[in-house]
Every structure is written in structure tokens, then in C-alpha cells.
Ligand binder design. Sequence first.
Ligand code: SF4
Length: 514
Amino acid sequence: MGFATRVAMSFGGVKPGDFRKILIYNKDRVFSFVLPLGYVTDEWYANAAGAINWGFPTIADTPIPEILPTGICTYEHVVSNIPHDKIVAKAIEVRGLKVTVSQVPIPTGFGPAFEGERIRKGEWYLECGGGFTPMVEWVTSKRMDEVEDGKFEVIGPEITDMPSESRLPLAIVVEVAGREMQPDYEPILERQIHHQINYIQGCFHNGQRDIAWLRVSKELYNKGFRLYHIGAVLHAALHQNFSRIFDKLQVKLYTEEDKVKEMLAKARQVYAVRDARIEGMTDEGTDLYYSCTLCQSFAPSHVCTISPERTGLCGSYNWMDCKAAYEINPTGPNQPVPKGEIIDAKLGQWKGVNEFLFKASRGKFDHYNFYSVVHDPMTTCGCCECVAAILPLCNGVMTVNREFTEMTPCGMKFTTLAGTIGGGLSTPGFVGHSKYNICQRKFIIGDGGIKRMVWMPKMLKEEIADRLKARAIEVGVPDLPDMIADETVGTTEEEILPFLQEKGHPALTMEPII
Ligand code: SF4
């Protein structure tokens, strides 16, 4: 404590005798704590109590009286009866120490230089997700005592148990705990999984949530990369960038189909709750939207602008998530965008958004519309959950989700659609969007809204059934879900048109779509 006093005076410029400033300096900058082991005498206890005046808490292994309320120290003052196997982690937690992993412990390169790397057919050793196997990524908060910082487990077969060019189901479950952690921060950490895995040289990652896709190259496997290294990467990178909001992180990688499906079901329940947080908010109700430029590493001119009624096209970020992301990282990819003067209320275009777009796309785009697929739609990147396309013969719009791998009535499969328009382009007639967005009130409202929807895959219709039904009632066409064709009706415009006519689909009597 004498040394700490001198540190405050030498490095902090605190004058001798200014005990208050010495306390504040040490509390904020000198991460010491007292660790009395064994029987604590009265003299020890008095010394430990004195240490509180330097901001240093005491963590004891014997049942001495605790002083739990915070006040002088960052957190508790005296915490007792902690078993030896937990005492180091407890001391780190009570002192508010933040873990930093300066070097990512993996046998390959790591960094933004490797982002966007493609691993093609014939080059991969292992493939997970991508519509071939179930895959899910989920960040969830836990209690402090439930998380062991830096623990990575592969539950099920490791990559070494598989021959080359194998496919595995995969659930990446990241469990975090922290005094500042809030459920609102989970999606922000979760979206980082895509980002950080792509930094691994020899790894390809696309998508998010339950539509993720991972490829590990043969070269990377031969260098010694194993699935648990994904845990090491996430531990190091998330601690480095987000240690302000959490203290401990452990990663579980499930590779058995049953377990993956179990995690998938749990994660989907959480996704629904997260999405529903913006129900009731309207675009008119706020002057501030948020940008997201996280995907510019793949699609350099792509700029998502996220409003309450236009969620991010990857499905990972809604307006609330962006707001929380900005609070955590004010210089990050989610910036507030004052929408400014309205240019077109029907199509959804604002002066402030256009100005931001021009700068963020580095001059590539000077405007786009939030609520239209026909007229200068928002830019699309390859992460989108769905792609909507106009069907001129049916006077309507179709949409297809990433998981549906068959042909669609616009003459293209999802992969071709995403590959064609997904490079950060604004392509009239096509637009990427999230599944959730389909039943939001502003979805392509500039083109007629949900009443234009004439085709979508059966699996997507089933997935959003409840919300679609509610939206159909809201727009005065309660039978709309039954009027929307799917692949069982047909996969060409000519095949689905008679069905739409028979059902009396409202799109057929709307003004021409083009
Ligand atoms: Fe952000 Fe849009 Fe990429 Fe989602 S798709 S991470 S919202 S830029």
C-alpha cells in the first residue's frame, strides 16, 4: 500500500497527503487486491480493511465477515470463504480486472487481411451449415459462477474424427457473464462470430444465427487447426473488443445432430424474443436510424440503414441492437443516422440517410429507398436471410430464404440471386431482407406491401406463419397466407399464375408493378 501511494504520487502527480486522490488513482489504475490465505487474525483483518481505502478489495478463503455493498472499491470490499480453485477467478472479478489475450492462440494467420477469403469445393476439409447440415450460433448470458473464462469444449466429434471433405452439424454456443452484461448486448457479440471466424486464415464463414455456413480448408487442417480453436478465437477477440461489457466467456461447440437441434430450438426462441422488442415501434416515431457497415469487408459499398421497421437484412441486427452496439462502441460500424428531411414518404427516402449513404459507400450511392424492391432499393450483401424479386407476369413479388435450395419462379435459386445482387449493389427488382422484415408494416409498402407477395417457399411460410396471419388480418386479407403460392404449386410464373387467379390474389388487381 505504501508502494501504491508512491505510484499515485510518481505517475499520477498526486500531492502527498491527498488521500482521496490517492484512493481514486489506485482504484482506477492499480489493480491490486488482498488475498489472505488461512486463519485471519484481527491484525490482518484491520490491514485488509485499511486496503479498502486504496480501492483494494479482500478475497479470503476462510469465513471472515464480508463487506459486500459497493462504494469505495469498484465492486465488493471483502468477499470470504472462496475455495482455492475459484479464488483467482473471483479475485479478477471482484477487482474488475479485464482479461486481454494479446495473441490469438491458433496455428495460422489471423486478422482482417483474411476476411473475405473463399474456400471452394475441393479445397475444404470440413463444411458445416450452409443448408447442408444444421448450424446455429448463439450468444447467451449466464451467471458468473456458471462460466469458466477461457474454457472451450467440443461436445461430439472433433474435426480429427472426420475424413477429408466431411460435413458436420455445428452449434457454436458462447456463454458470457459479466457485471455489466445485459441481454441486449447478446446479438452484438453474436454478430461478431461471423466477423472473427473470417479473420482466421483458411476459414470461410457466411451468414449468422441459424443460417450460418462454415468451411475449414484442407491446408488449415494440416496446419493443426481444430474446432476448439474457434473457441480460442472468440475468447481472445471478444475480450479484446468487448471486455467493457462482459468479464468471462466460455465456448461450447456441439457437433452431434441431436444436441445441435436442441440448441437450435433454444436459440430460435431467443431470436423471436429479440426480434419482438421492436414491435410497436414505427419509423415515424424516431428521428434517428442506425447504420451498419459490418459487411463492407465482403461488399465494400454495402450500407444497411436500420430503422425500427426495416431490420438488418441478415436478421441479426434490429434498431435496438444497433442502438446498444453504438453505446458499447461509439466508433464502430453502427452509427446514428439522423434521417433528416423526408424526400419520399411512400418509398422511404430521407435526406440525412442519403448524405450518410454517400459518405459510407464512398460515393458509390447517393440515395436508396427503404420500402421498395422496384425503385432504387437498399443495397444488398451476401449475408441476407431472404431475397425478394418481382414477378412481372403475376404483378407481384416473391421471396426466397437461404435454406431453400431449389429453383424459384424468378428463374434463379437463392445462391444465384445472392451471388448476383449481394455484392453491395442496389438492383431494381431485387432486394435482400430479413425473415422478420416480411411481416413488418413497412415491408415493400412503396410497391403495395405484403399484398404483393405471391410466392415463397413452404418452409418459410410455415416458419413465419403466426406473424404472416396477423399481418394478413391487419391488411384486410385474412386468407392471404393461403393465396401465396409455394413450390408445391409451381416454380415458374406460368405455373403459379392460374393458382393466384383461382384464389383471387389481391396482387392481380393492383396497379402494374412496373
Ligand atoms: Fe450489418 Fe447489414 Fe451486415 Fe447485418 S447485413 S451485419 S445489418 S451490414
